[in-house]
Design a protein around this ligand. Structure first.
Ligand SMILES: Nc1ncnc2c1ncn2[C@@H]1O[C@H](COP(=O)(O)OP(=O)(O)OP(=O)(O)O)[C@@H](O)[C@H]1O
Ligand SMILES: [Mg+2]
Length: 465
């Protein structure tokens, strides 16, 4: 901040003080305006912003110093220095409570004023930086991060901007890689909780006990190994948002406790007897069919309805293929930057291939393919021979065993099971020439269950044979 660009507003009814401050500060390069009353000051503030304001507590007319301070603090980001007559300490303390930067008692010497101004400038710098950081955060996490022009994505964006400013619980459903977490972040960083914390917990990767102590915290000695008090994530996220990923996987005992937070806004820390109150917005996500989990009695119905106040369904990529070109462009730009490359685009053949491919891993898979293609390609247009091996490989849901072993158990188990199920179903359907009823009989699976698996793994008759 250059001194000569810094504007200071001096508010004092005594013309002597106005003159002195005006002269001294102008001499030092500040741009100074003066006002003789609260009303005049507000007029000045309407015309331009003042990062620094100096106010005498005792002002004539309807608006005294305290009120002026309060109004300024309510409308602007200014740093305010208070001047009070000797003996006015009580009002000065009240002023500090209302957000004044500091106070000085009259008469003062100029050095004292200058010292305070220096510190207020430093405070303004921090305020500026924060503003900048928040606009950056919004770029990184806000609505702008969500790329797509399809009607489906437009609907999602519209929904986000409508729900962002409420505290209603949101359930985001959709296949893996469709952008559920992206949407959760966009809701948080768009809404009025954006200055508070966004806390993430992946419910699938933690054991029952760990999940509970992560969510609700524990007091020292609550169980063996609880060597000190630990804050839970609900407390951590107080005032902000808790994003509960893979909510379909929480054990029933924990479900009951989450229900209580949703219903009463309070919970018990493990080993504690006094419930804690919190104000947390919950956004949950799942790639499972939660209603089906309810029918299977694995998920509490009451919790389901509490979570599902607002539902945002993320459509799979294959249902909004018109988003692919924009996403490809977006990811090429992203990885050009990261890999220091100058890739211009994809060839028409790749475009066609992208269009016909199923994208079982959705946007995440597309992103991975583009990332690797950008890294691998030697030409500035990505050609089919670079992409084909990537698509085939990632299209196959089987991760290698080593890859699985490096992942959390539950996730690894699910992936292994998914891969097995898919293989099993494809095999039996091949045997029955795609006849689902016969396949069900052959494998002794209930037909409806088989149908559900077909849907879940997105196996269509054209995949068979
Ligand atoms: N519309 C989109 N625009 C830009 N990037 C996207 C979009 N959708 C998804 N992505 C990117 O794809 C990746 C996967 O997204 P995200 O993690 O939000 O998916 P998810 O639905 O939470 O997946 P999972 O169920 O596997 O956790 C991320 O890197 C995300 O940035
Ligand atoms: Mg996710």
């Amino acid at each position: 901040m250059k001194i000569n660009s810094i504007k200071i507003l001096v508010v004092d009814d005594e013309v002597g003080y106005r003159k002195v401050l005006n002269n001294v500060l102008t001499e030092r390069g500040f741009s100074v305006r003066t006002a003789a009353s609260g009303e005049e000051a507000l007029e000045e503030l309407k015309k331009q912003e003042f990062p620094l304001v100096i106010i005498d507590m005792k002002l004539p007319g309807g608006i005294d110093g305290l009120e002026l301070l309060q109004r300024i603090k309510g409308m602007y980001n200014s740093s305010v220095l208070i001047m009070t007559a000797y003996g006015g300490i009580e009002t000065a303390v009240e002023a500090m409570r209302r957000g004044a930067f500091n106070y000085i008692t009259k008469p003062f010497n100029i050095d004292e004023i200058i010292l305070n101004i220096d510190r207020m400038i430093a405070q303004q710098k921090i305020i500026e930086e924060n503003k900048y950081l928040h606009s950056e955060l919004e770029k990184v996490y806000g609505l702008k991060r969500i790329v797509g022009s399809s009607r489906e994505i437009q609907k999602v964006l519209d929904m986000i901007s409508r729900v962002a400013f409420s505290s209603a619980t949101v359930l985001i459903t959709g296949e893996s890689g469709t952008g559920k977490e992206l949407v959760a972040r966009a809701i948080h960083f768009t809404g009025n909780r954006k200055d508070e914390k966004f806390v993430v917990i992946n419910c699938a990767t933690l054991s029952e006990n760990l999940l509970e102590s992560e969510l609700f915290g524990h007091v020292k000695g609550a169980f063996t190994g609880a060597i000190k008090d630990k804050k839970g994530l609900f407390e951590e996220a107080d005032g902000g948002t808790l994003f509960m990923d893979e909510i379909g996987d929480i054990p029933k005992s924990v479900q009951a406790k989450i229900l209580r937070v949703l219903q009463e806004g309070e919970f018990l820390t493990l080993g504690d007897t006094i419930p804690k109150k919190v104000d947390v917005r919950i956004i949950a996500a799942t790639n499972q069919d939660l209603l089906q989990r309810v029918q299977e009695k694995e998920f509490r119905e009451d919790l389901y309805y509490r979570l599902n106040v607002i539902n945002i369904r993320m459509p799979p990529l294959r249902e909004r293929k018109e988003d692919i070109p924009l996403l490809v462009k977006h990811f090429i730009e992203k990885y050009n930057k990261k890999e220091n490359k100058q890739v211009k685009g994809i060839s028409p053949e790749v475009e066609t291939e992208c269009y016909h491919y199923h994208w079982p891993g959705n946007v995440r898979e597309l992103e991975n393919v583009i990332e690797r293609a950008v890294t691998l390609t030697k030409e500035d247009v990505i050609s089919l021979n670079v992409v084909l091996p990537l698509v085939k490989k990632t299209g196959d849901v089987t991760a290698t065993e080593d890859e699985l072993l490096a992942q959390p158990y539950k996730m690894a188990r699910r992936k292994a099971l998914d891969a097995f199920n898919r293989k099993y179903i494809m095999n039996v359907l091949n045997k029955t020439n795609g006849n689902v009823t016969n396949a069900a009989r052959e494998s002794e699976i209930e037909r409806q269950y088989l149908q559900r698996m077909l849907k879940r793994y997105n196996i269509k008759s054209r995949d068979i044979f």
